[in-house]
Design a protein around this ligand. Structure first.
Ligand code: DGL
Length: 256
């Protein structure tokens, strides 16, 4: 079990950004990354479509004998509450950890949340932040496709519009794992805002789980990273080059 892989998944490049952090923070662990490119974008799908997809994906990763499944996606996290019923593998979702982190850093108790339309509709961030003075939820699925295609310069006007929607918040949760990739654009408009993304909270949650269950791989000095895409003609290989991920292989994985 200690030597088993850690599985990470998202619809596309957002999860690769989290994977980049985890690969560095857990240098003795091996990783499987699934980009669900076939079903991208998640954020405009219905609750039912997302829940069904999460069942299929978590079952598939469970069948690959991984020791933990990290949902490196807020939209998927918001729609995966039922998945633990079907599998034995531990699932780490990212919304609670990210919301708690934001509560620690806000000074005026006012937090904006940019997330996909589906995540905002799920109300999960609003519930997790219900004890602060003000939460400004913003549906921002319009940014996702541009970021996936690496058209970062084209996001400027949308970024500016969405910044105006969080009014007097001193902290912004980048509640979609694609959004840290426009942090520099956000900084062009606002230098003071505290930006909270899921990378660090997820890394802390994973460390906590591995330590508590004595599941750290202590004998590995040759880290392996296997990338999978659910789309036959997917572009994961190209996308992975945007991050410092040295993949062992990139393969198609059928999700059904
Ligand atoms: N990266 C995902 C998230 O954190 C979703 C992007 C999408 O496929 O819409 O919500």
């Amino acid at each position: 079990m200690k030597n088993s892989y850690i599985a990470v998944f998202d619809s596309g490049v957002g999860g690769l950004h989290i994977l980049e952090t985890l690969v560095k923070d857990f240098a003795s662990e091996n990783f499987i990354y699934l980009a669900d490119e076939e079903f991208f974008p998640y954020g405009v799908k219905t609750k039912e479509e997302l829940e069904n997809r999460m069942t299929l994906i978590t079952k598939k990763l469970d069948s690959m004998n991984v020791k933990v499944i990290i949902i490196a996606c807020n939209t998927a996290s918001a729609n995966s509450h039922h998945c633990h019923k079907f599998i034995n593998t531990k699932i780490i979702e990212i919304i609670s950890a990210t919301a708690n982190y934001a509560k620690l850093v806000t000074n005026n108790n006012k937090v904006g949340v940019w997330a996909t339309d589906a995540t905002i509709k799920s109300n999960k961030y609003q519930e997790a932040l219900s004890d602060i003075e003000m939460c400004y939820p913003v549906k921002a699925s319009d940014l996702v496709v541009l970021i996936e295609k690496n058209l970062i310069n084209d996001t400027k006007s949308l970024v500016n519009t969405h910044l105006n929607e969080i009014k007097d918040a001193d902290t912004l949760i980048l509640g979609c794992t694609h959004f840290p990739l426009v942090s520099d654009v956000i900084r062009e408009f606002n230098k003071e805002l505290q930006l909270v993304c899921s990378n660090e909270p997820v890394s802390i949650a994973l460390k906590d789980y591995l330590d508590k269950h004595n599941l750290n791989n202590t004998t590995n000095d040759n880290q392996i990273i296997d990338l999978y895409t659910s789309k036959i003609d997917g572009e994961l290989k190209e996308k992975a080059k945007r991050f410092n991920i040295n993949a062992n292989k990139v393969e198609y994985l059928e999700i059904k």
